[in-house]
Write a protein that binds this ligand. Structure first.
Ligand code: HEM
Length: 404
């Protein structure tokens, strides 16, 4: 009985802390910016968060074990330390995923795809179900070259694998994710072989990988290509969809900002829309933190009176959401401002493992948003439909209406 009461109090405290994260972070930044308790540490100031994330030799990524289950054997570069294989794999994929593709392939595709969906929506759209998950899934089909065995199941598979890899352990999630991983592996294995028989028909990421394979480049076997694709697909679909929903949800709750963003959308001011995305996500975060494991004893903030030793073996939570609210780095952090420099945003991580898709994100998210924001009379549907409904960490419904 006593232990039940204790468990329910702990659950209530946890729920309160989660619901009031910004308040908790702001207190910690002043009272205990590097908080170490038992074998866990929480780092909340901008400089300290960047110190942790840039010392990848000390603070290791922890995704290897789960990555190997997803690929059935191999690691993917987000799960690797800074090894020669890490450099090989990232470099190979950077040759295939080129920044020049942004204006040439990605922007026109996203614009076209999002606009077509909005134009046929007849005044009502369920954003995650009909738009924000659909566009990145189709971009993966068109640009990476892998449309999936079924658009919706493919996006669901990527979403469940993401939840398994980056959220706390849950046996149900693991079961669904590993089944999705097996299906994705089979699909990609077959699909790569089909494309080997059907060469030079497309200029997409898969064709470029096969060209590297022709040139006998290390790290470009069918298995290597498949594993790189699994990692990229997981990273690309649920993340983009969630960011679009978070931005729209915040803007809809702030009509003055919504009006400014709509003006930017109608003026095709893409740079301003990107700035809207960055700033909005600071208030409505994709994720509060990035976690690491200390491989050595290390003193964070050395030389300052906040210096704190993090012992080897400590799980370190680098609270990026808190860092982006730190008044020691950002001017008036509680104000919504569109003139902040890009280096103050860490939605896409920091250091060695900074998001591989960061430049795609800066284009894809604002261009999906633009197609929505251009609509006249944009509003939430009435009742619960007009509010975000999530399954696990990902939004599945948010119905908006507009003048058709
Ligand atoms: C749209 C929203 C996105 C968000 C918020 C996001 C967020 C992040 C974050 C925070 C990290 C760092 C993880 C860590 O350090 O532990 C990361 C890494 C990564 N992301 Fe993204 N991501 C997004 C989209 C994408 C897209 C579109 C792709 C693929 C094209 C992608 C592929 C990756 C990969 C491969 C890494 C690992 C990079 C490395 O280890 O060097 N992400 N992402």
């Amino acid at each position: 009985m006593a232990s039940n009461t204790q468990a329910s109090i702990t659950t209530k405290i946890q729920a309160w802390l989660l619901a009031n994260l910004n308040l908790v972070f702001s207190i910690l930044r002043w009272v205990k910016p590097i908080a170490v308790y038992k074998n866990a540490a929480l780092v909340t100031r901008f400089d300290h968060v960047q110190e942790v994330l840039s010392h990848d030799d000390i603070f290791h990524v922890t995704y290897k074990e789960k990555m190997e289950k997803v690929t059935s054997g191999e690691n993917f570069f987000l799960g690797m330390q800074n090894t020669p294989i890490y450099t090989r794999d990232v470099s190979n994929m950077r040759l295939a995923v080129r920044r020049t593709d942004l204006p040439e392939i990605i922007t026109p595709f996203v614009d076209n795809c999002a606009e077509k969906i909005m134009a046929s929506a007849q005044g009502r759209i369920d954003v995650p179900a009909e738009l924000s998950r659909v566009v990145p899934t189709r971009l993966v089909g068109h640009y990476f070259g892998t449309p999936g065995w079924d658009e919706e199941e493919f996006a669901n598979a990527a979403t469940s694998m993401f939840q398994y890899l980056f959220y706390p352990d849950d046996p149900e999630v693991e079961k669904t994710a590993l089944a999705a991983a097996a299906k994705s592996r089979d699909y990609l294995d077959d699909f790569i072989v089909q494309r080997q028989k059907n060469r030079r028909q497309h200029d997409d990421v898969l064709e470029r990988c096969l060209q590297m394979q022709d040139a006998d480049m290390p790290g470009m076997s069918n298995l290597d290509i498949r594993n790189n694709f699994i990692g990229l697909i997981i990273g690309a679909i649920p993340t983009t969809s969630k960011c679009v929903v978070l931005v729209l949800d915040y803007l809809l709750s702030h009509p003055d900002l919504l009006a400014q963003a709509q003006q930017a959308a109608r003026a095709d001011d893409d740079a301003l829309l990107t700035q809207f995305m960055q700033e909005t996500l600071r208030f409505n975060s994709f994720s509060p933190a990035i976690s690491r494991l200390a491989a050595e004893d290390y003193v964070v903030g050395r030389g300052s009176w906040r210096a704190t030793k993090i012992p080897k073996g400590t799980k370190v939570i680098a609270a990026t959401q808190s860092a982006m609210m730190d008044c020691l780095q950002l001017k008036s952090p509680s104000q919504f401002r569109l003139d902040r420099p890009d280096y103050q945003y860490m939605h896409f991580g920091f250091g060695l493992h900074t998001c591989f898709g960061q430049y795609i994100n800066r284009v894809q998210i604002p261009h999906i948003l633009k197609a929505v924001l251009k609509r006249q009379g944009l509003r939430r549907a009435s009742g619960p439909e007009g509010q975000v409904e999530s399954v696990g960490p990902f939004p599945v419904h948010l119905v908006l209406e507009f003048d058709a």
